[in-house]
Design a protein around this ligand. Structure first.
Ligand code: SAH
Ligand code: SF4
Ligand code: F3S
Length: 472
């Protein structure tokens, strides 16, 4: 009987994507994946450190797993991901609450470490790497709808935003071999997947040089500069198949080039959606955050997105109550939101993280209740603008990639349009029944704050699926 591993992921999409690498490594080592912790011999929590609350949630879950372990002899618990480095002392030495701690660059050592655990020891590897990209590992898709998949294109981050723990938990930035990325996308298409999201903390600084290509015995695929940048990579992936939709996350305002926007506008199968975290509308705060751009620069980038792709959806991340943020700074965030009219946003109260520049240099001086009040105001501002895109959609036709059955009713299916808005459509029956993985042309009948409803006009036949999509 093979052993069963259950992996639970916290934090960003990259962590979820990493769990699929881990599942792949462990499958080769003889494990099968379990759907619940109760069924598993090995429980792995892939953790997040981004805010204090994220770590707190994981600590509670570790306690629950330990309660389960007390009942199930032989079950092992391990911690992976971004809390590994920071918490290994605590988890292994002081509290002895887990059997295994493995950082984001050390997953290849899991089989060896698990042998150590089997022999009754505690095992740890939190070394960060300058090279590891897990390039050739074919992920085992977890929680998959069989239609959409994440593909990690780079790891780590070199940006050192003053508030952010990621450079400490995930190490230096490195880009993955473009051939391995394209190959993974081709295999996904062959398996019936219809959408990939390319992942990196700052995709705009993706860079693969000819030197690395030649060292691997490959022909350069690159532009005249002898290197592959994000715009090149994006077109390489878009060329994989017209029936593969391409998304990506995350862009960084300081690095987002017009070339990327040109490529996005050129390919009908690249979604017209940009997630561009602003963090604050005040240039003063942005400077202290070490973000490398001003309010004006950010607004110019937004103007450029709108120029290249008039109908594009734009979302952002915002932090309220960063060190030294005044009421005036906060008002500037609100006015920037008013000006940009984001379609969606992730909004957070500033949470001080150990080791970061802000923790070392600036007092966390905005009182908790002020952070909360400002957060509420930012949320209210978003809500007052965010319906725009959806209100305007009524009466329009959209191409929707169907992802699965609606959670509310089996008579409906849900999917997403080009701008990442959820669209609900009737499932139909008999010859007209639609299924997950179909591209359908939909007439939008109504919209709420969060989603659209529509009627299916036609199923778009493969492989010409994306042709009618272009809005550029
Ligand atoms: N690489 C992405 C962000 C990754 S973290 C980027 O540069 O945009 C996701 C979001 O979490 C950030 O955009 C930020 O808004 C938020 N965040 C990061 N550190 C935080 C902290 N210490 N407190 C509150 N929010 C934080
Ligand atoms: Fe963190 Fe900044 Fe890197 Fe994003 S770009 S992961 S916010 S350091
Ligand atoms: Fe969290 Fe690590 Fe992602 S800290 S947000 S899981 S990179």
């Amino acid at each position: 009987m093979s052993k069963k591993v259950y992996i639970e992921s916290y934090g960003c999409q990259m962590n979820h994507s990493d769990s699929e690498i881990v599942a792949s490594i462990l499958t080769k080592d003889g494990y099968t994946t379990a759907a619940t912790a109760e069924e598993a011999d090995l429980v792995l929590l892939n953790t997040c450190s981004i805010r204090e609350k994220a770590e707190y949630t994981v600590m509670q879950r570790i306690n629950e797993m330990n309660a389960l372990k007390a009942k199930k002899r032989g079950m092992k618990v391990g911690v992976l991901g971004c809390m590994a480095e920071r918490m290994r002392e605590d988890l292994l030495v002081k509290k002895k609450v887990v059997d295994l701690v493995v950082g984001p660059d050390a997953y290849r050592s899991l089989p060896l470490l698990l042998d150590e655990v089997e022999s009754g020891q505690k095992a740890v590897n939190v070394l960060l790497s300058r090279e590891e990209t897990y390039a050739e590992i074919e992920p085992v898709r977890l929680d998959s709808n069989g239609v959409t998949a994440f593909v990690t294109i780079m790891r780590g981050c070199d940006n050192m935003c003053a508030f952010c723990v990621v450079p400490f938990t995930r190490g230096r930035e490195r880009s993955r071999d473009p051939h391995s990325i394209v190959e993974e996308c081709k295999q996904l298409v062959a398996k019936g997947y219809r959408e990939v999201t390319l992942l990196g903390q700052n995709v705009d600084s993706y860079k693969w040089t000819e030197k690395e290509l030649l060292a691997n015995g490959q022909q350069p695929v690159a532009n005249d500069l002898g290197s592959v940048d994000f715009a090149d990579l994006l077109s390489m992936v878009a060329e994989v198949s017209p029936a593969l939709r391409v998304r990506y996350s995350t862009s960084h305002p300081k690095d987002m080039t017009d070339r990327v926007l040109v490529v996005m506008a050129r390919y009908a199968n690249i979604c017209k959606y940009v997630h561009l975290p602003v963090q604050s509308g005040s240039s003063e705060v942005l400077k202290r955050m070490n973000r490398g751009y001003t309010r004006e620069w950010y607004l110019e980038r937004i103007a450029s997105i709108r120029k290249h792709m008039p109908g594009a959806a734009i979302s952002t991340d915002i932090i309220t109550g960063f060190c030294g943020e005044t009421e005036e700074d906060h008002q500037q965030t609100l006015s920037l939101m008013e000006e940009v009219r984001f379609d969606m946003a992730f909004m957070f109260k500033y949470s001080e993280r150990p080791k970061t520049l802000a923790a070392r240099k600036y007092p966390d001086d905005v009182p908790e209740e002020v952070k909360s009040r400002r957060l509420q105001e930012v949320i209210a501002k978003l809500n007052s603008t965010a319906g725009d895109l959806r209100r305007n959609a009524v009466g329009e036709e959209r191409v929707v990639l169907v992802e699965g059955e609606s959670k509310r009713s089996a008579e409906f299916m849900y999917g997403r349009d080009d701008q990442y808005t959820t669209v609900i459509v009737p499932r139909g029956s008999g010859a007209t029944e639609i299924k997950a993985g179909d591209f359908v042309r939909v007439r939008i009948l109504s919209g709420t704050a969060a989603s659209l409803k529509g009627e299916v006009i036609a199923v778009i036949p493969y492989p010409a699926a994306m042709e009618p999509l272009s809005i550029a």
